[in-house]
Design a protein around this ligand. Structure first.
Ligand SMILES: CC(C)(COP(=O)(O)OP(=O)(O)OC[C@H]1O[C@@H](n2cnc3c(N)ncnc32)[C@H](O)[C@@H]1OP(=O)(O)O)[C@@H](O)C(=O)NCCC(=O)NCCS
Length: 166
């Protein structure tokens, strides 16, 4: 298969749906935060693989806020799309919603932003295609992602400097 040089955000979309099982819930009957993070990571990875058509690894996940608990027996819906891509890295956004199976009501419980890096056959960083937004919403997400990347890289550099003072 030939590698694509340009990809639209819609081609990266991934949606995953789960029912919360007792083994995924704590003593309050609500799902473990780590379980939600694991689902987010998988959904995000699939979106990035759809974009890069390569092996991808998680480089970072931004601060994650759990806005509302998700209860055992509820349905969890995760939707991921690549927002922006640079050389070997890409930002993916994941929206998490809980759904009441009896009423169909949905609640937004988290939004996560992750950075993934594409790797080539020898495990080295690989160039990713160009992401081409097609709608005003996609353009806005791309611009927001550029701002978040600048903050992330600044935080990474400050952390490195603090650990290796010259
Ligand atoms: C992610 C990883 C490949 C980056 O390698 P590295 O040698 O630090 O590479 P670089 O500093 O050149 O960064 C590579 C890209 O990632 C980006 N990046 C690296 N760290 C980042 C961070 N904390 N936040 C955002 N972007 C980051 C860089 O900006 C660069 O982007 P670009 O190529 O698009 O310009 C490496 O740190 C790694 O293998 N980490 C472990 C990954 C892992 O095991 N994940 C969990 C299981 S999948």
């Amino acid at each position: 298969m030939t590698k694509r040089t340009e990809v639209h955000p819609t081609e990266t979309h991934c949606e995953m749906t789960w029912i919360v099982m007792p083994s995924q819930a704590n003593s309050l009957g609500t799902v473990f935060g780590g379980q939600i993070m694991s689902w987010i990571d998988v959904c995000a990875a699939v979106a990035c693989q759809r974009f890069a058509r390569a092996t991808v690894v998680t480089a970072s996940m931004d601060n994650l806020i759990f806005r509302a608990p998700v209860r055992q027996g509820q349905v969890v819906v995760l939707r991921a799309a690549v927002n922006c891509a640079w050389n070997s890295s890409m930002e993916v956004g994941v929206r998490v919603e809980s759904e009441d199976p009896h009423t169909g009501d949905r609640f937004h419980t988290s939004t996560a932003y992750l950075t993934f890096v594409a790797l080539g056959k020898k495990g080295r960083k690989a160039k990713v295609p160009t992401l081409v937004p097609e709608t005003p919403a996609e353009e806005r997400r791309m611009a927001d992602a550029q701002r978040r990347r600048a903050r992330r890289l600044q935080a990474r550099d400050e952390d490195r400097a603090a650990r290796n003072p010259s």
